[in-house]
Design a protein around this ligand. Structure first.
Ligand SMILES: Nc1ncnc2c1ncn2[C@@H]1O[C@H](COP(=O)(O)OP(=O)(O)OP(=O)(O)O)[C@@H](O)[C@H]1O
Ligand SMILES: [Mg+2]
Length: 335
């Protein structure tokens, strides 16, 4: 045997010679934490019956409005619902849920969600910000690590639905979530009827291939704006609509009339869904009440629970629930 300084493993050597170096110790701790988080994510996954991702290719089409609306509409049915707001750079779910300025509540190392309107549980990256005007510039790995932590360390309890709201585009975040959280039912793609938004939603549909998460359906947001008014009974009214069109309506016996203006064209969400053979979940009207609700913290579904927008959301939710039967997603998986 040579006296080589390189140590070789001797199974008969006493235990204390296998003392790990500080670096090895750190690696072991990290691996242990990672394993615990993975187990925790599996556990969490089991306690949440349905997980739905809300995505779009283009920004500003209403993902957060739709995520919060779906969550509130499900909560209106008496279901227990949570929202996970993954948008690190512009998280605005807390504002829409009346939870502006909240901070994370941590107990025994577990993160507890805040409760917004109708008891919906909310976890948002915004709860980490000191000041809502401070942009969060996190490098990729830190951001993705934070997302995993937000999935693994949150005490959601038992939920019927978890709605996950994403930033725009087809980036790393949906991939991280899809890899971390088991049994995601599928994704809802939000689009406006505009051509450019449609093109982007087509990209999102194709993106579902790489995620191996089925598309539960397409929602067309900001679909049409309904104008109502009153004049003499039986009167013909002409309204100047976008694109030089004239809309005609006749007042009823009480003098009421209403017409729907297609601000951003019409029917694009449906045709995209048909083209890709995925379900069309429905259209949501253009409703300035959503913008007001975003500003004053009272969501449209809460301020007007029986209004046209709440009814439209209930329709979309019913179509979504049809796609998710007994824990089995029947959404189309594009391979
Ligand atoms: N159906 C609607 N009618 C009127 N305004 C709407 C509607 N849907 C969304 N909005 C408004 O459009 C703006 C963008 O909506 P929202 O924040 O939900 O979009 P987003 O897709 O989540 O945006 P981002 O890509 O920045 O995350 C908000 O001011 C919201 O109030
Ligand atoms: Mg958003």
């Amino acid at each position: 045997m040579s006296d080589s300084p390189v140590s070789t493993h001797d199974p008969k050597a006493p235990e204390e010679s296998a003392e790990p170096s500080p670096q090895e110790q750190k690696k072991m701790e990290q691996a242990y934490a990672q394993m615990k988080r993975k187990m925790s994510m599996q556990e969490i996954g089991k306690k949440i019956k349905h997980k739905v991702m809300v995505l779009s290719g283009k920004g500003g089409v209403g993902k957060s409005t739709v995520s919060t609306g779906l969550a509130l509409s499900l909560a209106q049915q008496g279901l227990s619902v949570g929202i996970l707001d993954i948008d690190i750079t512009g998280p605005n779910v807390p504002k829409m849920m009346g939870l502006d300025g909240r901070r994370l509540h941590v107990e025994s190392g577990r993160i507890h969600p805040a409760q917004g309107h109708l008891g919906v549980k909310v976890i948002s990256m915004a709860f980490l910000l000191d000041n809502e005007d401070t942009p969060v510039v996190w490098r990729g790995p830190i951001k993705l690590g934070a997302i995993q932590q937000f999935i693994g360390d949150v005490e959601w309890g038992d939920l019927d639905y978890l709605i996950i709201d994403f930033p725009p585009g087809t980036s790393d975040e949906p991939l991280t979530v899809a890899q971390s959280l088991p049994d995601i039912d599928g994704m809802v793609i939000v689009t406006t009827p505009q051509d450019v938004a449609l093109l982007d939603s087509r990209k999102s549909i194709t993106f579902s291939e790489s995620l191996k998460v089925p598309v539960l359906g397409v929602v067309e947001n900001m679909s049409g704006y309904t104008v109502s008014g009153k004049a003499a009974p039986g009167m013909e009214i002409e309204i100047a609509a976008p694109a030089g069109k004239t809309l005609k309506a006749t007042t009823d016996e009480e003098g009421n009339f209403s017409v729907t203006l297609d601000i951003f064209k019409e029917g694009g969400g449906k045709s995209t869904a048909e083209e890709f053979g995925v379900p069309f979940l429905g259209a949501l009207p253009f409703d300035p009440g959503f913008v007001r609700g975003g500003d004053d913290g009272v969501h449209r579904i809460v301020s007007d629970p029986e209004g046209a927008s709440a009814i439209a959301f209930a329709g979309v939710v019913a179509a979504l629930q049809e796609q998710i039967i007994d824990g089995e997603s029947v959404g189309l998986e594009i391979i």
